[in-house]
Design a protein around this ligand. Structure first.
Ligand SMILES: NC(=O)c1ccc[n+]([C@@H]2O[C@H](COP(=O)([O-])OP(=O)(O)OC[C@H]3O[C@@H](n4cnc5c(N)ncnc54)[C@H](O)[C@@H]3O)[C@@H](O)[C@H]2O)c1
Length: 267
């Protein structure tokens, strides 16, 4: 343990995971706490958030959580106020929440478009809208947005809607980085590739149902990756940790790709 986030307060959205194991936000929350941050985790699923809080507290770390749907303005405002009440400041904001749907305009309906825009993209507007003034008053802050290599190109399946939201996050992040550079605020993205997280298992279960088929699909995803296997939530978490920490104090407006080389194949 090197205490790379000593004395920092970090909000992590989507701090739980949709099933057993380690999702990106859960790994980030636990890793940030191990590195000395006081973590304020938010999740739409109270049990998932509580599980992460318990892991952190059992390890001797500091964590508070709130139930919040980050696509809802009132929930986000409440989350930010609760963090300020608990810890008095916000040094790090990690926008981790995201949902994936396969398909584009030809396959998906308007409600699905509205929903994925609200959860993946509007949520980033809402959190930043409430957190940036706090960071401006403090004169410091680091925002880490969890996008995806789907922002860059074809990621193996038709992520027409999903990739559009992730591309928008990259664009928003770059703009915020420049607009707030003089306020001591940095904004960057992590772009995970194919990661083996509970979200992937849940999505595969929804589509294929039977456990045997899921195992085959996990192996298929593994084979798509240049290293012969998917990444995991810790790979994303360590990249986010670096961007959130003062080690990255001269890095802003950039994308850190965490995909084992997969997106190099796009070229
Ligand atoms: N798993 C991958 O292969 C992969 C690849 C690239 C990017 N990502 C991105 O990583 C992020 C996290 O994915 P994961 O695979 O770790 O997921 P996960 O399911 O393990 O964790 C996501 C958490 O977000 C919560 N959540 C969902 N909607 C919410 C909402 N509206 N408000 C608050 N909380 C909400 C869920 O309850 C869950 O606890 C997403 O943004 C995803 O797009 C994942």
């Amino acid at each position: 343990m090197t205490r790379r986030l000593q004395d920092k307060v970090a909000i992590v959205t989507g701090c739980g995971s949709v099933g057993p194991g380690w999702g990106n936000g859960k790994a980030m929350s636990v890793l940030f706490a191990r590195e000395g941050a006081r973590v304020f985790g938010a999740d739409i699923n109270g049990d998932a958030a509580a599980e992460t809080r318990t892991i952190i507290q059992d390890e001797g770390g500091v964590c508070e959580t709130a139930v919040a749907d980050v696509s809802k303005a009132a929930d986000v405002e409440g989350m930010v106020n609760a963090c300020l009440e608990a810890f008095g400041r916000i040094d790090i904001l990690v926008n981790n929440v995201g949902i994936a749907v396969v398909g584009g305009p030809a396959e998906l309906d308007e409600n699905t478009w509205d929903h994925i825009i609200a959860v993946n993209q509007k949520s980033v507007y809402l959190t930043c809208h409430h957190v940036l003034p706090v960071m401006e008053r403090q004169g410091n802050g680091a925002i880490v947005n969890n996008a995806s290599i789907a922002a860059l190109g074809w990621a193996g399946v038709h992520y027409g809607f999903y990739g559009a939201t992730k591309g928008a996050i990259v664009s928003m992040t770059r703009a915020m980085a420049i607009a707030h550079a003089k306020n001591g605020i940095r904004a960057n993205c992590v772009l995970p590739g194919l990661m083996n997280t509970p979200l992937v298992h849940a999505a595969l279960t929804r589509v294929y149902g039977k456990e045997g088929d899921i195992e085959t699909l996990v192996r298929t995803r593994d084979k798509q990756c240049p290293m012969g296997h998917m990444g995991d939530a810790w790979d994303t978490a360590y990249a986010a940790l670096f961007l959130a920490s003062d080690e990255a104090k001269y890095i802003t407006g950039t994308e850190l790709v965490v995909d084992g080389g997969l997106s190099v194949r796009f070229a």
